[in-house]
Design a protein around this ligand. Structure first.
Ligand code: PBG
Ligand code: ZN
Length: 324
């Protein structure tokens, strides 16, 4: 029945009506805060292209993690900036590696908080690729055991969940098997399943100095033009034992989040990546947008598209607002 019987504005008349009919409610429960760990103590180096984000020594990672937990955020995800890099990314699976140190610091300070670790080699390899190199390309099968070793080492340090972001074929199965063999069958895997070869990772790569020194990541990360392929990647990771499926980046891939949400019955995560954060921060700094409102609109859109949880550098800011 059209106008004048139907008047959609009736239910938008005031804030109470709008609250009553609101379909998507963002809460701190939805948020995961990424943190960057670097060696030393008392270190807090600002990351230029990510205003408000820092390279933090383990003591400061723990302090920020405590802040997140107190704001109602259930989880953090840790990335590492090692002192030294080599061809095989040894720093990723060293017992005393930077992420392992940071995990211990956080678990000591805030035992209840979920500590997720990113499983990849690119922060630790001197060539900047996510796996080991054979000739001019990344050797998939030779990389799998190193990724599995990395995951086991992070869990040995206390990680509650691992998140492989390398996009090697078969890594979820390799990690699942290695965790189970070592008695960690209760540790879930959050798989970066549909991870695109995106230019939105730029600020992250300068933050951890992980840009590939030659070539690019197009032979392992997905072509942004594809959606059916994302569904095949997701199906494989589900079959290999993933517990949570991630789509990354989020904003330019809301259709993928939506399609994955419709197709599978596992929790879906979306990564609101560094470039998405940087764009909002930059436009805000220029006075061109209301950064705070754009942040909330963006996170709401990602949830509306189908994400059950959002990895975002806005987590602390957003949680503060949502708690008001
Ligand atoms: C490591 C990894 C990357 C990100 C998360 N894990 C970078 C990359 O794949 O080059 C990007 C996160 C961000 O941009 O915020 N493979
Ligand atoms: Zn990587």
């Amino acid at each position: 029945m059209p106008f004048p019987v139907q008047r959609p504005r009736r239910l938008r008349r005031n804030e109470c009506f709008r609250r009553l009919v609101r379909e998507t409610i963002l809460t701190p429960d939805d948020l995961i805060l990424p943190l960057f760990a670097i060696g030393g103590t008392g270190i807090k180096n600002p990351i230029e292209s990510m205003p408000g984000q820092y390279q933090l020594s383990p003591d400061n990672v723990a302090k920020t993690a405590r802040k997140a937990f107190d704001l109602g955020i259930p989880a953090v995800i840790l990335f590492g900036i090692p002192d030294d890099k080599d061809a095989v990314g040894s720093g990723a699976y060293a017992a005393g590696g930077i992420v392992q140190q940071a995990v211990k610091a956080v678990k000591n300070a805030v035992p209840e908080l979920i500590v997720i670790t990113d499983v990849c080699l690119c922060e630790y390899t001197d060539h900047g690729h996510c796996g080991v190199i054979a000739g001019q390309s990344v050797d998939n099968d030779a990389t799998l055991s190193l990724l599995a070793q990395t995951a086991v080492s992070q869990v040995n340090a206390g990680a509650d969940m691992v998140a492989p972001s390398d996009m090697m074929d078969g890594r979820v199965a390799a990690i699942r098997t290695a965790l189970d063999v070592d008695g960690f069958s209760q540790i879930p895997i959050m798989a970066y399943a549909a991870k695109y070869c995106s230019s939105y990772y730029g600020p992250f790569r300068s933050a951890v100095d992980s840009a590939p020194r030659f070539g690019d990541r197009r032979t392992y990360q997905m072509d942004p033009a594809n959606t059916d392929e994302a569904m095949r990647e997701v199906a494989l990771d589900v079959a290999e034992g993933a517990d949570i499926i991630m789509v990354k980046p989020a904003l330019a891939f809301l259709d993928i989040i939506h399609r994955v949400r419709e197709a599978i019955d596992l929790p879906v995560a979306a990564y609101n990546v560094s470039g998405e954060y940087a764009m909002i921060k930059a436009a805000e700094k220029l006075g061109w947008i209301d950064g705070h409102r754009v942040m909330l609109e963006t996170l709401t859109a990602i949830k509306r598209a189908g994400a059950d949880m959002i990895l975002t550098y806005f987590a602390l800011d957003a949680a503060r607002t949502l708690n008001e």
